[in-house]
Design a protein around this ligand. Structure first.
Ligand code: HEC
Length: 120
């Protein structure tokens, strides 16, 4: 059985659709699984109530001392190691608690990666 022109045209059309779908899949945004993407989820669940969506200490500003503005010069210029110590162990006598039992090492690194993206 030979294919009619109409069948060939239909096959061509289907192939074109498959290729178009393939291109769309390739150009679609990559799945959000970078450390910063994962850290955003951790931040929104754990840190946002105090540090706020802007990360400027705008979540619950009535604490004494208030939540740190993580975009401020001081936080921007601290090393990863310094900020990780604060996240893991907290700051004594402030509302910044210790997260070392609540977050895994990976979550702690991820949340810092997210904070760094907001400091730029
Ligand atoms: C209950 C409120 C609260 C929550 C929740 C909270 N923080 Fe804080 N955070 C604070 C306060 C208050 C300070 C300021 C401490 C100070 O002034 O010494 C602070 C300070 C910090 C600092 C130090 C900034 C600097 O300049 O050294 C970092 C980093 C930080 N927080 C990250 C986080 C991360 C990440 C989370 C979530 C895992 C989090 N915080 C959750 C209240 C909070």
């Amino acid at each position: 059985m030979t294919a009619t022109n109409r069948q060939k045209a239909r096959l061509g059309f289907v192939l074109m659709l498959v290729m178009a779908a393939g291109c769309a899949a390739l150009t679609a945004a990559p799945p959000g699984d970078t450390p910063a993407d994962r850290g955003k989820v951790v931040f929104e669940q754990r840190c946002l109530p105090c540090h706020g969506a802007q990360v400027k200490g705008d979540g619950y500003p009535f604490l004494k001392p208030p939540p740190a503005d993580l975009t401020a010069f001081a936080a921007r210029n601290r090393t990863d190691a310094e900020l990780l110590v604060t996240i893991r162990h907290g700051h004594p006598d402030t509302a910044m608690g210790s997260w070392r039992f609540a977050l895994t090492e990976r979550e702690t690194g991820d949340v810092l990666a997210y904070v760094r993206t907001l400091q730029k």
